[in-house]
Design a protein around this ligand. Structure first.
Ligand SMILES: Nc1nc2c(ncn2[C@@H]2O[C@H](COP(=O)(O)OP(=O)(O)OP(=O)(O)O)[C@@H](O)[C@H]2O)c(=O)[nH]1
Ligand SMILES: [Mg+2]
Length: 320
């Protein structure tokens, strides 16, 4: 993209032009070096723009009701005069199945609302999750001036932890009666989730209540004081029951001042180094060889690692 075109698109983006926003997100998602170059120039131009959106993560198992939850939440009166971007991180992995169409239809009530912008964000093989492009997309939406940015992501372990580096507040959705699921939530994840939501409570009200109590007990146990400040809501995404207190709590969420640039920057250069390493012809050759030797029992895995490390140092640092 020519310099002037980048300047123009920046101006449109910060005015909130949706077409420009979509175009920039497509550029962010592209791996072509010309697009990466335009994105770099654009971020450079945006450096002096100060914008802050409240960023909220919605996580939970596939099918727990995340998109339906957003569909109902965004129809609450509080959001009527707010601008909102919804990014659904779609795990491209065949294991979890793509659900772009699912997300669009589950959010059909809000899809055409003027204040709402919905965009599926491919996770490009990052299982269930966030990648540095997701972070860049969130930044771009922030520059576009949205009051709120919601990120929907399937909860598959790592992504629940990682989402905390992207948003100010994390909601985790659980199905009623998912006792085993509740027991199985790792302590680390319990700690990073800010609010829990028992969804689909219309299916069985008693069971939903039981799940809420069970979750309360578990959360109390992991905290030394018994008080965690974490809320546990109970909703029906279909009837809209239980949403008023959630909208109220969202109204009081403050955007964090400290941005997690360092986390994503580190992830970005780690990915880059890994690509350089694995795509280097000399490394590719030797790694196939050593893997074969290890498989045949001719080389120990520890020696294989040493061989690879030596090759890496020879290849990448010989100039210095
Ligand atoms: N009874 C009932 N069904 C619901 C509720 N919320 C969602 N569903 C149904 O559950 C199914 C999955 O809902 P989604 O909103 O697509 O769930 P999701 O978590 O976004 O799914 P993925 O994005 O595929 O992980 C759909 O068939 C919804 O109609 C609810 O509150 N009550
Ligand atoms: Mg969904």
């Amino acid at each position: 993209m020519k310099r002037q075109a980048i300047i123009d698109i920046k101006e449109k983006l910060i005015r909130g032009d949706r077409k420009a926003l979509s175009k920039v997100i497509t550029m962010v998602e592209s791996s072509l070096s010309k697009d990466r170059d335009s994105v770099a120039q654009l971020f450079d131009l945006l450096l002096d723009v100060r914008r802050q959106s409240v960023k909220i993560g919605i996580t939970g198992s596939p099918g727990v009701g995340k998109s339906s939850f957003l569909n109902t939440l965004l129809q609450q009166p509080y959001f009527m005069n707010k601008t909102v971007a919804v990014l659904t991180v779609d795990p491209s992995s065949s294991l979890y199945g793509g659900s772009i169409m699912g997300d669009k239809t589950r959010m059909s009530d809000v899809m055409d609302m003027k204040n709402i912008f919905i965009r599926p964000s491919p996770s490009k093989g990052d299982l269930g999750g966030m990648n540095t492009r997701t972070w860049e997309t969130v930044k771009i939406c922030e520059y576009a001036g949205f009051d709120y940015i919601f990120v929907e992501t399937v909860g598959v372990g790592q992504s629940e932890i990682e989402i905390t580096h992207l948003v100010d507040h994390v909601f985790m959705l659980l199905q009623p009666g998912s006792g085993d699921e509740i027991q199985g939530i790792k302590k680390g994840i319990m700690e990073v989730v800010d609010s829990f939501v028992i969804s689909k409570s219309d299916l069985d009200k008693d069971l939903a209540h039981q799940s809420q109590q069970q979750l309360k007990n578990i959360i109390g146990l992991i905290s030394s004081t018994g008080k965690t400040g974490k809320s546990i809501y109970k909703v029906s995404n279909l009837s809209g029951e239980g949403f008023a207190p959630i909208a109220k709590s969202i109204a009081s969420i403050q955007s964090k001042d400290t941005e997690d640039y360092s986390y994503w920057l580190k992830k970005q250069w780690q990915q880059w180094i890994l690509e350089q390493f694995t795509n280097h012809p000399a490394i590719a050759d030797i790694s196939t060889q050593v893997i074969d030797q290890v498989n045949r029992g001719e080389l120990s895995h520890t020696d294989a690692l040493i061989k690879l490390q030596e090759k890496f140092i020879q290849t990448c640092f010989k100039k210095y």
